[in-house]
Design a binder for this molecule. Structure first.
Ligand code: FAD
Length: 392
């Protein structure tokens, strides 16, 4: 397959472009905004392998985590992957039990995690107020990381362009698909007609709309989430990812703290954020007291592209050939493996058995295979169509 047009320059678009370029394809990348201007620029982007079920999906995530390390080495070790431990604890007895059971399940699958006395927090994350952890035990994930997703995207796209055969066009929205019968043969972007042997749909939360232009249905929900970043923490950066009751925290590239809360997200109402960044910051300060007096530097709403059963949607839809869909929640974790396998299928025409369970025309809906998404569904009403501004 020689000419491929990738719509979307987020983590998935960047990964598939990199692998397509390596395989010798000519690739045109089109994005209505800029690289990482969508969800990949407004995400918590921690490694979330431990939250995934069933086992095969957990394995896919774990494989991808390992491929992040391989990619970084291949590209000369650029720092988009930040290895730190992830420490979780819970308050209510039922939540503690659930956390413990999840850790035991993960350990049974060979995941590097342990149940430890809460006292380990003072070593792993000295910035945490011990009073913020009423539990007597915590779960520690050892070989995990958070990702600087915009840097990851830029690094892969730059490497693809350096490799040759890659053109990028930013600020160009795809408004229509070119078709010969039912087959997609290109796109109309910024009033230009661009033909291709295959169009790859990496439009994130806009992927179902793009699919609809081909007469195909992608079962996708848009789930907004708010992340707030603080200015740098005095005394040095946070040394762990933290999942505490009602708040998740991780370091930012410049030494600040990034906060996310499913409970705060449940109060998001369209584009209105009101005082919610301050609410996130207040929750963060109860865990990390050094944040007192450190202002919020940035707050953004990202829109999670969430397939109906939580699992990725990868491949063509019968009846609408010529457009290959590549859409997933948790795509910062999953991009290395999904981008590689998708590029392999597109360039060789051979199906990858690893992707068999993720075809977009599989029967739906099923169970959501992600602990976080399940928790989200319990806490918030479903809002199918939201169009929040990416920055606030
Ligand atoms: C609050 C929050 C927390 C998260 N936490 C994590 C986490 O801890 N770990 C994890 O792995 N994942 C996490 N995720 C999910 C992850 O960020 C997303 O799955 C991932 O960023 C999606 O990447 P993408 O490349 O598919 O989409 P995007 O990054 O949205 O890229 C799609 C691109 O397509 C472009 N586009 C769309 N439509 C068109 C069109 N018609 N024409 C041209 N261009 C178009 C957009 O401009 C955009 O740049 C989180 C997400 C959110 C919002």
């Amino acid at each position: 397959m020689s000419r491929v047009l990738v719509v979307g320059a987020g983590v998935l678009g960047a990964c598939v472009t990199y692998h397509l370029a390596r395989a010798g394809a000519h690739v045109v990348v089109v994005d209505e905004a800029r690289p990482a201007g969508g969800t990949s620029g407004a995400t918590f982007s921690a490694d979330v392998t431990h939250l995934k079920t069933p086992y095969a999906y957990y394995r896919l995530n774990r494989q991808s985590s390992e491929e992040h390390i391989g990619l970084a080495a291949e590209l000369g070790g650029p720092r988009w992957r930040h290895p730190v431990p992830h420490v979780q604890w819970a308050e209510r007895e039922a939540d503690r039990r659930a956390l413990r059971e999840r850790a035991q399940r993960a350990r049974g699958w060979g995941h590097a995690c342990r149940i430890a006395p809460a006292a380990v927090l003072s070593d792993l994350a000295p910035a945490v107020d011990p009073a913020a952890c009423p539990a007597d035990e915590v779960v520690v994930h050892e070989r995990t990381a958070w990702y600087d997703a915009p840097r990851f995207v830029r690094t892969l796209l730059d490497a693809a362009v350096r490799h040759g055969g890659v053109e990028t066009h930013y600020g160009a929205r795809v408004t229509a698909l070119l078709r010969a019968g039912s087959r997609v043969t290109g796109v109309v972007a910024g009033e230009r007609h661009r033909t291709a042997d295959v169009v790859v749909n990496c439009a994130g939360p806009g992927a179902d709309r793009l699919a609809a232009l081909a007469g195909a249905r992608l079962p996708l929900r848009r789930v907004p989430g708010l992340v707030a970043a603080s200015r740098p923490l005095p005394g040095g950066p946070l040394t762990a990812i933290l999942s505490a009751p009602g708040i998740d925290l991780r370091p930012t590239p410049d030494g600040g703290v990034l906060s996310l809360s499913w409970e705060v997200d449940a109060r998001l109402d369209g584009t209105a954020v009101g005082g919610l960044p301050q609410e996130l910051h207040r929750r963060a300060r109860t865990v990390v007291p050094a944040l007192r007096g450190v202002p919020v530097a940035d707050a953004r709403i990202g829109v999670r592209p969430v397939p109906a059963d939580g699992l990725p949607l990868v491949g063509e839809i019968p009846g609408a050939p010529g457009i290959y869909h590549l859409v997933s929640h948790s795509a910062v974790t999953l991009a290395p493996v999904l981008g590689r396998l998708a590029a392999q299928e597109i360039t060789t025409g051979r199906t990858a058995p690893e992707l068999a369970a993720y075809r977009p025309d599989r029967p739906l809906p099923g169970d959501v295979h992600d602990e976080n998404l399940r928790a989200m569904d319990e806490r918030r009403p479903r809002r199918e169509e939201l169009n929040p501004q990416p920055e606030v």
